[in-house]
Design a protein around this ligand. Sequence first.
Ligand code: ZN
Length: 262
Amino acid sequence: MPDLLVLSGCLLLGLVFGSFANVVIARVPAGGSLHTPPSTCPRCAAPIRPYDNIPVVSWLLLRARCRSCEASISVEYPLVEIACALLFAAIGWRIGLSWALPGFLLFGWLLLVVAVIDVHTRRIPNRLTYPLTPTLLVLLVGAALLEGTPGVALRSLLGGLVAFALLLVLALINPRGMGMGDVKLAAFIGIGLGYLGWGHLWLGLFTGFLGGGVIAGLLVVLRLRSRKDHIPFGPWLSLGALVALLVGQPLIATYLRWAGWT
Ligand SMILES: [Zn+2]
């Protein structure tokens, strides 16, 4: 029985960090500062008042329009906030109140942010992966050591290295299909899934490749995209990693039973 207090705490935290995710998604690709200037309407530059900046609620109350100039506010803002809140609650349910929880909330948050930025810009900013990959490593290795499981700490580190090396080889073989941003993201994913186990890491990467590959192939077959178009791979890697984190355990158990290994 998951702790309701942990679930609702994570849900609220997810709303707040979802709101921050919107700032990061808008400003980091453009190279802007995260704290100055305060948020303004992109059209009329009117400052957004604190009471108009409440996650989801303000967007609904304002009926998706700026209070000053009535410019429409994209539905992406409340959707990112809701997605982040649900994701945080799901991570709280899966990980529970433990030393590893802050690390996995960071894990989910960055994967969500990177997926949206990659769809918008076809890039995964180093400004996010460079500082947050070592942060995740410190949080999860620290958590494993506090839990008295140094083997898990080592597996987390190795998971990051293995996933990085694997995607580096793939990017060198097929530079058009995968960018260095994806390779750096793989290191981040490897640290998180490595903490959970090698099965989770393979499942996450495999699901990402499968999703990205199947959809990319379909788009080409349906002639919606040509073979030369770059289809962003980051969202698929992120999705695969989140699937492995949230439902990896039952999936792997089912597979092992089906394969007759348990
Ligand atoms: Zn405005």
